[in-house]
Each structure stands twice: as structure tokens, then as C-alpha cells.
Design a protein around this ligand. Structure first.
Ligand SMILES: O=C(O)CCC(=O)C(=O)O
Ligand SMILES: [Fe+2]
Length: 226
């Protein structure tokens, strides 16, 4: 589970919130598959609406421009972000995201390796509405400031607890990674982050940095599936 600080600026968050207030919203059950549909109770911005598409594209561009997301997810394909809203007493029970998704308006499919929630409501605007991810170390509770995102393996069981006051608006997307294996992807992320830290610290010789970089890219070459 990786937290991305400020994938959207405060200005972007207000723009998203303003524009989303005026678009049509549909019952979220329509977009859940199989068992997930029976535990889903929320609303989703109509993805066929032009404004919704524009916002999805804007967030998509931000994902590509955020080095931490690229490093952690190594995205090969990204599902156009969906916007969901949980009002009082709405929730999404424990579920797993579908392993394979058809990308709208294309003949392409995507294997979901990483899921990402981008928070668009401030934590004090609603009560409840925590994203809970079940991990091998127990349940992780996540509620982040607006503009922050969390990336987690799509293979994990997760839920959104009932909102008991106010409204929780978020963007959700799924990514197919160039590296399917979660633990390998996590190791590559750690290696890249360490290299980036060494570069920042500025006291590692160029030659050693080049060697580490070379190892990183050779591992990507070795394990990439496109
Ligand atoms: O809203 C969230 O944080 C997650 C929603 C979710 O799990 C889903 O839409 O599949
Ligand atoms: Fe989910």
C-alpha cells in the first residue's frame, strides 16, 4: 500500500469537485461485476458524459506525470478513472476487483494489478467512509486529504465502510502493470526509490549510480510483460 501525496493540487481538487457537482450520477451497482455488485451501494458519475471524460483524462495525465505512481505501478495500461460518491449510509462491502476488465470504447482488456483511490473530499467533510484493505498484517484503514491517492494491489480484499455523515467523493482506477508479480513489483519500487534517494543525497559516485540504474533497467527488461 503506497500513499501518493498530492496527485492533484488544491486548485484541481476544487475544479473536480465543482464540475462533478453538475454531472449526472448513476447507481454504482451497474458497474460492479458478479459478487461485488451485491455489496456495492454508491453512486458513480456517468462516464459517458463529456465533462466526466475530461476529468478522467486530466487525472490520467496526472498519473503519468507522477514519478512515484509510475515507479510503484509501472503502468502498462490504465483504466479511465471513475468517480464515485458515497452519501450517508452508503458503503461498499468487502470485495475483490475483477481481474480482467474491458476498457470502455476500445476492444482492449486490462488485467487489474494495482488499484488506486484518489480522495476528492477532505476527511472532515464526512464521517465513516474509510477504505479498509485487508493485508497479511491485518486491516489497514485509509482516509487521506483531498488530492492524495493510495495505490494497493488489486488482489487484496477491500471495502469502503458506511458513510455516517456528509459525502465522500473519490476517483478510482485500475492499472495493468508491466510487472504482474506483486512482490517483484514491490522490490523494483524499493530499488528505484533507493536510487532516487542516493541521487538526491549527492554523495554517491556516478559510476555506482550508473551500475545500480543498469541493474534496475535490466530487471525491468527481464520481467516486463507487454
Ligand atoms: O472508493 C474507494 O476507495 C474504493 C472503491 C472500490 O473498491 C471500487 O470501486 O472497487
Ligand atoms: Fe474495489
Amino acid at each position: 500500500m503506497i500513499v501518493i501525496e498530492k496527485i492533484l493540487s488544491d486548485e484541481d481538487v476544487s475544479l473536480f469537485r465543482q464540475q462533478l457537482a453538475d454531472v449526472p450520477w448513476i447507481d454504482g451497482r451497474q458497474t460492479a461485476m458478479g459478487m461485488a455488485a451485491s455489496v456495492k451501494n454508491n453512486n458513480q458519475a456517468d462516464a459517458s458524459h463529456d465533462v466526466v471524460r475530461q476529468l478522467a483524462n486530466k487525472l490520467l495525465a496526472q498519473i503519468g506525470n507522477t514519478p512515484k505512481v509510475v515507479s510503484a505501478a509501472l503502468p502498462h495500461k490504465i483504466f479511465p478513472p471513475c468517480f464515485n460518491r458515497y452519501s450517508e449510509s452508503e458503503e461498499y462491502g468487502y470485495h475483490v476487483d475483477a481481474a480482467v476488465m474491458r476498457i470502455p470504447d476500445s476492444n482492449d482488456v486490462l488485467r487489474s494489478d494495482m488499484s488506486m483511490t484518489t480522495f476528492l473530499s477532505e476527511p472532515d467533510e464526512y464521517a465513516g467512509g474509510e477504505l479498509i484493505i485487508s493485508t497479511e498484517f491485518g486491516e489497514q484503514q485509509i482516509k487521506l486529504p483531498a488530492g492524495y491517492a493510495v495505490l494497493y494491489p488489486s488482489s487484496s480484499l477491500h471495502k469502503v465502510t458506511a458513510v455516517t455523515r456528509g459525502e465522500r467523493v473519490a476517483a478510482i482506477t485500475w492499472m495493468q502493470s508491466m510487472v504482474a508479480d506483486t512482490s517483484l513489483r514491490q522490490n523494483l519500487y524499493q530499488l528505484d526509490q533507493t536510487i532516487q534517494r542516493l541521487i538526491k543525497q549527492g554523495n554517491t559516485e556516478r559510476k555506482e549510480l550508473d551500475e545500480l540504474h543498469n541493474v534496475y533497467h535490466n530487471l525491468i527488461r527481464q520481467f516486463t510483460q507487454l
